[in-house]
Design a protein around this ligand. Sequence first.
Ligand SMILES: *Cc1c(COP(=O)(O)O)cnc(C)c1O
Length: 227
Amino acid sequence: MDDIHMPSCAIAQSRSTLLTAVEAARVKAGRSGAPTLVAVSKKQPEERIDAALAAGQRVFGENRVQEARERWGHRRARYDGLELRLIGSLQTNKAEEAVKLFDVIETIDRPKLARALARAMAKIGRSTPVLIQVNTGEEPQKSGIAPANLGSLVGEVRALGLNLEGLMCLPPTGEPVGPHFGFLAQLARHHGLGVLSMGMSGDFETAIRFGATHVRVGTGFFGARES
Ligand SMILES: *Cc1c(COP(=O)(O)O)cnc(C)c1O
């Protein structure tokens, strides 16, 4: 077998291992709905993306608009059922481009961005589902709305007519993640939101225990990123 087959085997294998682990965590948590494995493809080489697609993966997460356009622009039309999720922070001046490219935007964290997205969707004629990113650890350097301000942002996003599906978080590194995931789940319940995007390579099983509907796995899926 020549070299070119090596990465695809490895990625098909890691995907299958992850899907098994996701399923085991779901059963252990006694949950009925299967969580979605989002393959975070930022900074991954092209051949790994193609290997993931060949293995049947269709849901991908990206954190930058321009990088995502370069990676996905030409692939979009070739794969049925592709779902691209924006999981990185978004500048208002890129709202229109983001609406054109992404199927779900997970990172609304301020009213100004919600308004820019609403305008872009009206202009383009799309109603992209959105999540609000919550800064559960209240870290100053991290994006996400402070938990205390979530209620008013939820109200504003709904008043704009956006299709608000749920909440997303990225807990502080070096802290136990369980309390953050539990907190996000509680906030989502309080606001009647069903989608919970939480958990990454190192903690997706814990996130599923706390109710994650979407786990975002990068290195655990593809291997180490290119810097
Ligand atoms: C990069 C990234 C991930 C994936 O992280 P891994 O540790 O590689 O699984 C998940 N969520 C967000 C928001 C990210 O930026």
